[in-house]
Design a protein around this ligand. Structure first.
Ligand code: SAH
Length: 303
């Protein structure tokens, strides 16, 4: 899964209608704007520390960062930008989408250790590799005459050492320098068995073992596990809450009205995007928002 996704992301921009999948920031500017407002608010309540950094994990096209930073700057917060991104292709797209001082790093460990961090990770953890286990034995992929196949079936438990390490490094970083992270992803609030590995290509589910490296491989994030790891690292946690109610509490409806009044010809599209982000039968319920923050920082709003 790691090798497939490394290759997949390094060799294309997979986002948007011409690509394989569409994420919340690509649906509407309102998503990134709400994130920017939430970060600005918590930064102010933390005493408006100078030199806070904006950090994004897996920033895709840089759309979320551009929308969030526009709101932050209009409110007097102009952070340096640190992007954790391994794909050379997407690094270029991000640099073109953003202005300001941008530093790309490969790993969370390489983030600055001398200033508070305002972190966003949208659909990042789901792309990190998982392991699957059946009756206590790890499920492997084998090569058969018919192609790739799983070597066992049954009730599946998923673990993700890579995800655990990422959350631990992030939480330790926040505890060391202060700050907050908004982790947004699809997944479940409680640890549960189940096979959630999926491949998406051209906006449809694809067989997970077909065409390795040519589809987006993800799995659902176990938010109970993420929260436990963050707490073990000494951080505080708020949430998870469902994305729809979170966006609504932070005022997405009011923002949609302002945008629709400014561009009446786009009012229908704006309302459709708001509904897609918020409705329980679209992205509003499956997607969750969890905040991880250093003990001396307040919790972000809406959680
Ligand atoms: N957050 C963006 C993109 C999500 S796609 C959005 O919401 O639109 C996943 C992103 O994570 C891509 O930018 C991908 O290149 C990056 N990524 C995947 N695996 C990674 C890894 N191991 N280290 C760093 N970045 C990774």
């Amino acid at each position: 899964m790691a090798a497939c996704n490394d290759y997949y992301y390094a060799t294309r921009d997979p986002l948007g209608s011409a690509g394989d999948f569409t994420t919340a920031p690509e649906i509407s500017q309102m998503f990134g704007e709400v994130v920017g407002a939430a970060l600005t608010d918590v930064w102010r309540r933390a005493g408006s520390p100078a030199h806070a950094a904006y950090v994004e994990l897996g920033p895709g096209r840089g759309t979320l960062a551009a929308d969030a930073l526009r709101v932050m700057r209009s409110a007097g917060l102009d952070p340096d930008i640190f992007l954790v991104e391994t794909s050379p292709t997407l690094r270029e797209v991000q640099a073109a989408a953003l202005n300001g001082t941008i530093t790309h790093v490969d790993m969370i460990d390489a983030l600055p250790g001398d200033r508070p961090l305002l972190v966003v990770a949208n659909e990042f953890l789901d792309a990190l590799p998982i392991r699957q286990h059946v009756d206590g034995a790890e499920r492997h992929v084998t090569l058969t005459p018919a192609g790739l196949a799983f070597d066992r079936d049954g009730t599946i438990l998923e673990t993700s050492p890579a995800r655990d390490e990422a959350v631990e490094a992030l939480s330790e970083g926040l505890v060391a320098v202060g700050g907050v992270a908004l982790v947004i992803d699809y997944g479940h609030a409680r640890t549960a068995p189940g096979d959630t590995l999926q491949a998406v290509r051209e906006h449809r589910f694809a067989p997970v073992l077909a065409d390795p490296g040519e589809a987006d491989l993800t799995s659902h994030v176990d938010f109970e596990r993420v929260a436990d790891i963050a707490r073990e690292a000494g951080a505080f946690v708020a949430g998870p809450v469902e994305q729809g109610p979170w966006l609504e509490r932070l005022g997405i409806q009011a923002r949609a009205r302002v945008l629709a009044n400014a561009s009446p010809e786009r009012a229908g599209d704006i309302e459709a995007a708001r509904a897609r982000l918020c409705r329980p039968d679209a992205m509003g319920s499956l997607f969750k928002v969890l905040a991880i923050h250093s003990p001396e920082w307040p919790s972000p709003a809406g959680l």
